[in-house]
Design a protein around this ligand. Structure first.
Ligand code: TRP
Length: 462
């Protein structure tokens, strides 16, 4: 079967822009605004940011192009796409495992993503009720600590968010959210700019910028490098089939490379602006950059509490953050849902319910890891920390590695050229080189050095 006769049973985006919006909606989320600032803070700032940016450019962008391309060529759930394409290229059916590991990673990530999105729901209400008007850093921290100590509240918000996600997924990605994203993403961007302007006048703007952009390599650990690389995958939604499944709804005539570049730029800009808005507030108030997952929830309310119109802007900000999380969460479960529809003959609705219940149950582990199970640790990590580490720092980079290997080595040049178009041969060759050599080696090197093996190897050789 030639790729042109293949079409997705799940539908197609109505235009090129809808794909860009949906994929940007998937990429821009809690990863940019919640996670990026706190891992930068925990890993010492500038050097971490530099490694992250390098990973985005040298690994993230080429892998994104590859993942979109696989999806569009296969036009099915990631599992079946890998099945069809490996057969077409005369390769081992084991490549399907890539799809399976993606489905598992999607479940694991969504289970905790939903709990954090639940924090944002709570903050919409706290903001709107004026809890933060003119508060001190201490009071803001108390609100956060009280939330984490309350399993019932966390469960309620987690439940609501899972339901909201599944309602959209059940209707199909195109019905509804496609339109919401078009309005809400630009609005989120405007609000970030307002925060940035506030940060510029906070008195510690330069200190914030210096922290973000002056690399101090002594502050960076081997594990920090792994976290930076893992986050490059996480923030771009790569390595688990989310972008692949979105690519499967893409029209054949649109340029994969150009759209991917736009998505990567948008995602990176949002993360950097969030960082530039948050760190000045951290320093102006004498807060701890390494405060951990509570960082945004302990800094931004403080800023909104002091700002004129802060009640309004603050409420709006957390609403928009919630929508950003929503347009990301649906992509985490879409690969599993499409597979159930294709292979288990379920309706979309039934598949969404099944997936929703499974993720909800797993998410309860994360809810409890902040309170009742706070002391239950494996490898010195709580349930939440373990899930986050396993998915973002192991499963996604491995998924990305195998995507790069499949497209770089297992797929014929003809197939790739056919899907990508032959107009810009130089760019094509550059991309192919990155996928064949640079991305796989970089992932391997980062894995090895993070467990300390690289240093030992170098010692042995010299
Ligand atoms: N990229 C999203 C964020 O930054 C999260 C996300 C959505 C994701 N889909 C994904 C992460 C798929 C990994 C894989 O918030």
């Amino acid at each position: 079967m030639s790729e042109n006769s293949r079409s997705s049973i799940h539908g197609q985006w109505s235009s090129r822009w809808v794909f860009v919006l949906a994929a940007t909606g998937s990429a821009v989320g809690l990863g940019n605004i919640w996670k990026f600032p706190y891992i930068v803070g925990e890993n010492g700032g500038g050097a971490f940011v530099l490694v992250y940016l390098l990973c985005i450019a040298a690994i993230g962008l080429p892998v994104m192009i590859a993942e979109v391309m696989l999806g569009r060529r296969g036009r099915q759930s990631p599992i079946n796409t890998m099945k069809v394409l490996s057969k077409e290229e005369g390769r081992s059916p084991l490549w399907q495992l890539l799809g399976w590991s993606g489905v598992v990673a999607g479940f694991l990530i969504l289970s905790y993503y939903s709990v954090i999105a639940g924090w944002a729901i709570n903050y919409v209400l706290e903001m709107a009720s004026g809890s933060f008007s003119g508060t001190s850093a201490g009071q803001v921290k108390t609100v956060f600590d009280d939330l984490l100590a309350d399993p019932l509240k966390l469960t309620l918000w987690h439940t609501l968010f899972i339901i909201a996600t599944m309602v959209v997924v059940a209707r199909g990605v195109r019905g509804g959210l496609e339109k919401a994203v078009m309005l809400l993403m630009p609005a989120l961007f405007v609000l970030l700019i307002i925060l940035l302007i506030y940060a510029m006048n906070s008195g510690a703007f330069m200190q914030g910028l210096a922290f973000l952009f002056t690399p101090d390599f002594s502050a960076l650990t081997g594990k920090g490098v792994l976290i930076a690389m893992g986050h490059a995958f996480f923030t771009l939604s790569l390595g688990m089939g989310a972008i692949m499944v979105y690519g499967s709804y893409m029209r054949s005539e649109d340029s994969i490379a150009r759209t991917s570049i736009m998505i990567v730029i948008a995602d990176t800009v949002v993360a950097l602006i969030a960082g530039m808005a948050i760190f000045p507030i951290v320093f102006a108030n004498g807060l701890e950059p390494g405060a951990g997952p509570g960082l945004v929830f302990q800094t931004l309310p403080l800023a909104f509490g002091q700002m004129t119109g802060g009640l309004f802007f603050g409420t709006l900000f957390f609403i928009l953050l919630l929508f950003a999380a929503w347009s990301s969460s649906i992509s985490l479960i879409e690969p599993a849902v499409t597979w159930l529809v294709e292979n288990r003959n379920m309706t979309r609705r039934m598949a969404s319910i099944v997936c929703g219940i499974a993720t909800w149950v797993l998410g309860m582990g994360t809810v409890l890891s902040f309170n009742l199970w706070a002391e239950v640790k494996l490898f010195d990590m709580t349930f939440f920390e373990l899930l986050d580490f396993l998915t973002a720092n192991i499963m996604l980079p491995l998924g990305g590695l195998f995507i790069a290997l499949f497209v770089g080595w297992a797929m014929s040049r003809e197939s790739k050229l056919h899907e990508m178009g032959t107009k810009h041969l130089l760019a094509f060759n550059g991309w192919n080189f990155l996928l064949k050599y640079v991305a796989p080696l970089a992932v391997l090197v980062v894995f090895l050095q993070s467990i300390g093996l690289l240093e030992k190897l170098i010692e042995k050789l010299s």
